[in-house]
Ligand binder design. Structure first.
Ligand code: OOB
Length: 554
C-alpha cells in the first residue's frame, strides 16, 4: 500500500532520509528487507505460536497470546481515534504492557517514544512537545514514584496531550482497557513502508534538551537480526531483562526484539538487584542477561559474598552502556567463569560486540567490532582528518542502521553530523589492527553515570535558573562503582538569609528535582567556587575543574 502525498509529507516531516544511493545499496546487500516491525513480530507469532514469549511475574504469554493482546490493544487505540504518525510517549517499568503498547502502536502506524522510568516531567513533557504526542501511557507507580502526578504536570504543560492511560490504579486517568472486549475486531494495515520511521529512541545528549532519534523499520530490524545472529540466540534462549526495557541496548542488542526474532523466552525483572534477579535466573534457567558495568560489579560483589555463581550458569553475559574496566572483565572471566560479551553501542545506531570466539584479551580489553561490514568507521582529529591506525581520535560513523539526523533538529544536526552524513559519536576511541574498538574517553559534554547519560548543559541550564546561582558547571568525577558521578561547581550569590552550606546544597538539589529533571541528573556533589577558571577562549575550563576533583584540591 502506498501512502498518499499528504501522508508522505507528514511521514517525512522533521526526518533526514538516507540518500537514495545508500538505500539502494542497503536493499541490494540484503540488509533492508522491506518488513515493518509489526510484520516482523507477526511473523514470529505465526512461527512460534505456542512457545513462551514473555514472562512477567506470574503472567505468561505465548507468542500467539502476546500477539492477540497486541492486536486487541491496537483495536482499542484505533477506536480511540489514533492512527498514522501519531506519537505516543510510553513510559513503563519492565512489565508486559510495555510490549503490548509498543507493538500495538506500531501496528496502526503510531510512533512510540521510548521514555525511561527515570525520566521526570521536564523530560517527558519535552518528548510530548517535540512530537506533538496525543497520548501518554504509563504505569501508576514504580519504585516509590507516582507517574500519575507526572502525567498531571505534563497535561498542564502540553496542549497536544489528549489522553493518559495508566496501567494499574488509574485514578483520574483512563485505565488500561479490558483487552478481550476488543477481540472480535481487526485493524487495517497502516499506509507505511519499512522505509518510514517506526519509533523514537532517545539520545543521551550533550546539549540543553534531549534529542529524539527516529529509527526506521528497515534500519532497526537489520540491527536486530544481525545482532541475534552475533549473539547466537535461538528458540531455547531465555533472556532476563533487568535494564529498562525501552533502552536501545535492551530492545535491539540483541535484546527483546532479537529474542522474539528467534523464538526465545523473555523474562522481565522489575529491578536489577541480585535479590530480585538471581532467583529469576535460577528458576527460569536464564541463558542471557545484559548489564551495565556498575551492575556487573554489584552482581560480582553479591557472588563474592556467598550468592550462587549465577555468571557460570549463563550462556552469555553482555556488558555495555559504559566502559567496563579491564580488571572487572578479567575477574568475571577468570574468577567466575563468565562467558562475557562487551557491547559498545548507541541509540543513534552503531553497535559493536566482542564475539564469543574472540581471544580472551580481545574480550577483556576491547569493546568489540561493528555489526556490519557497511558500518563505516572513521577515527579523526579535531579537523576531521583521519588518523593513522591505532591512534586515539573522534569516532565518526555512518551505516545501514545509523541515523542521518535527529528529529526536528536541523540546527543541531549541522554539528552532530558531517556534511557527508557521518554521525559524530562524541566518543574518543582507537582501533586495533583486527578492527576492534577501544573506548578511551569522550569529547562530548556528557557524563556517563553507570550507563545513564547526563548532558551537562541541560543540568547547568536548570541550575542557572536559580536566583542565587551566578554560574554553574557540571563535570564528571570518577567513581569506583558507577564509573562516573556528577559534581556541580557553583558560583553563588550570597544573601543574608543563607543557611549553612549543607542546607544550601540540599536546597539546590531540591530545586533541580522540583524542576522535573530525572533523578540521576541531580548533582551527586556540589562545590561552591569563588570564581570559575577560564580557558584562553573565555570558556569555563572544565578540564581544570575535573583536575581539582581528582587531585582533591578544592
Ligand atoms: C548505549 O546507548 P546510549 O545511546 O545510551 O549511549 C551511547 C553512548 C556511547 O556513545 C558511549 O559514549 C557510551 O554510551 N557507551 C560506552 C559503551 N557503550 C556505550 N562507552 C564505553 N564502553 C561501552 N561498552 O549505551 C547502548 C546502546 C546499544 C547497545 C549498548 C549500549
Amino acid at each position: 500500500m502506498n501512502a498518499n502525498v499528504n501522508d508522505e509529507s507528514l511521514l517525512w516531516d522533521g526526518i533526514v532520509p538516507y540518500p537514495e544511493e545508500f538505500v539502494e545499496r542497503y536493499i541490494q546487500k540484503g540488509y533492508w528487507k522491506g518488513q515493518t516491525i509489526s510484520e516482523f513480530f507477526q511473523e514470529s507469532a505465526q512461527k512460534f505460536v505456542n512457545q513462551m514469549a514473555l514472562i512477567c511475574g506470574d503472567r505468561q504469554y505465548s507468542y500467539q497470546e502476546l500477539n492477540q493482546n497486541i492486536e486487541q490493544f491496537a483495536v482499542f487505540l484505533t477506536k480511540q481515534g489514533y492512527g498514522l504518525a501519531d506519537a505516543v510517549v510510553i513510559q513503563m517499568p519492565n512489565i508486559a504492557e510495555f510490549f503490548i503498547a509498543y507493538f500495538a502502536a506500531l501496528r496502526i502506524g503510531m510512533r512510540p517514544v521510548m521514555s525511561l522510568p527515570a525520566h521526570r516531567h521536564a523530560e517527558v513533557s519535552h518528548f510530548i512537545q517535540q512530537t506533538d504526542a496525543k497520548l501518554y501511557i504509563c504505569a501508576d507507580k514504580h519504585l516509590g514514584f507516582d507517574y500519575r502526578s507526572l502525567a498531571q504536570e505534563c497535561q498542564r504543560r502540553c496542549p497536544t496531550l489528549q489522553q493518559v492511560i495508566v496501567v494499574g490504579d488509574a485514578g483520574d486517568f483512563d485505565p488500561w482497557p479490558n483487552l478481550p472486549s476488543f477481540k472480535n475486531h481487526m485493524v487495517s494495515k497502516p499506509k507505511i513502508t519499512a522505509r518510514h520511521v517506526a519509533f523514537f529512541q532517545l539520545s543521551g545528549g550533550s546539549t540543553g534538551t534531549p534529542k529524539l532519534i527516529p529509527r526506521t523499520h528497515d534500519d532497526y530490524l537489520y540491527s536486530v537480526r544481525a545482532s541475534a545472529d552475533i549473539c547466537k540466540l535461538h528458540t531455547e534462549s531465555r533472556m532476563l531483562m533487568v535494564l529498562p526495557v525501552a533502552h536501545n541496548f535492551s530492545m535491539s542488542s540483541a535484546g527483546s526484539l532479537g529474542l522474539f526474532y528467534t523464538g526465545g523466552t523473555l523474562v522481565l525483572s522489575k529491578d536489577p538487584s541480585p535479590q530480585t534477579a538471581f532467583p529469576l535466573i535460577e528458576s527460569h534457567n536464564i541463558t542471557h542477561v545484559a548489564l551495565v558495568p556498575a551492575l556487573a560489579a554489584t552482581w560480582a560483589e553479591a557472588v563474592q559474598n556467598g550468592a550462587t555463581n549465577i555468571f557460570k550458569k549463563l550462556t552469555a553475559l553482555q556488558v555495555g552502556g559504559a566502559r567496563l574496566p579491564d580488571a572487572l572483565a578479567e575477574k568475571l572471566i577468570d574468577q567466575y567463569q563468565c562467558r562475557l560479551q562487551q557491547v559498545f553501542g548507541m541509540a543513534e545506531g552503531l553497535v559493536n560486540y566482542t564475539r564469543y570466539d574472540d581471544p580472551k584479551e580481545v574480550i577483556i580489553g576491547t569493546q568489540g567490532s561493528r555489526i556490519s561490514p557497511d558500518d563505516e568507521i572513521k577515527i579523526v582529529d579535531e579537523d576531521d582528518h583521519e588518523l593513522p591506525l591505532g591512534e586515539v581520535g573522534h569516532l565518526l560513523t555512518r551505516g545501514p542502521y545509523t541515523i542521518r539526523g535527529y528529529y526536528r533538529a536541523s540546527e543541531h544536526n549541522r554539528n552532530a553530523f558531517t556534511l557527508d552524513g557521518f554521525y559524530r559519536t562524541g566518543d574518543l576511541v582507537r582501533l586495533t589492527p583486527e578492527g576492534n574498538i577501544i573506548v578511551e574517553g569522550r569529547s562530548k559534554e556528557q557524563i556517563n553515570r553507570g550507563g545513564e547519560k547526563i548532558a551537562t548543559e541541560e543540568v547547568e541550564q536548570v541550575l542557572n535558573q536559580h536566583q542565587q546561582i551566578i554560574l554553574s558547571a557540571l563535570v564528571a568525577q570518577p567513581d569506583p562503582i558507577l564509573g562516573e558521578k556528577s559534581c556541580a561547581f557553583i558560583q553563588w550569590r550570597p544573601n543574608n538569609q543563607d543557611a549553612s552550606e549543607t542546607r544550601l546544597k540540599l536546597q539546590i538539589r531540591q530545586f533541580v528535582q522540583a524542576y522535573g529533571l530525572a533523578t540521576y541528573k541531580i548533582p551527586d556533589r556540589i562545590e561552591f567556587i569563588e570564581e570559575m577558571p577560564y580557558t584562553a577562549l573565555g570558556k569555563i575550563d572544565k578540564k581544570q575543574l575535573r583536575k581539582r576533583l581528582t587531585e582533591d584540591t578544592i
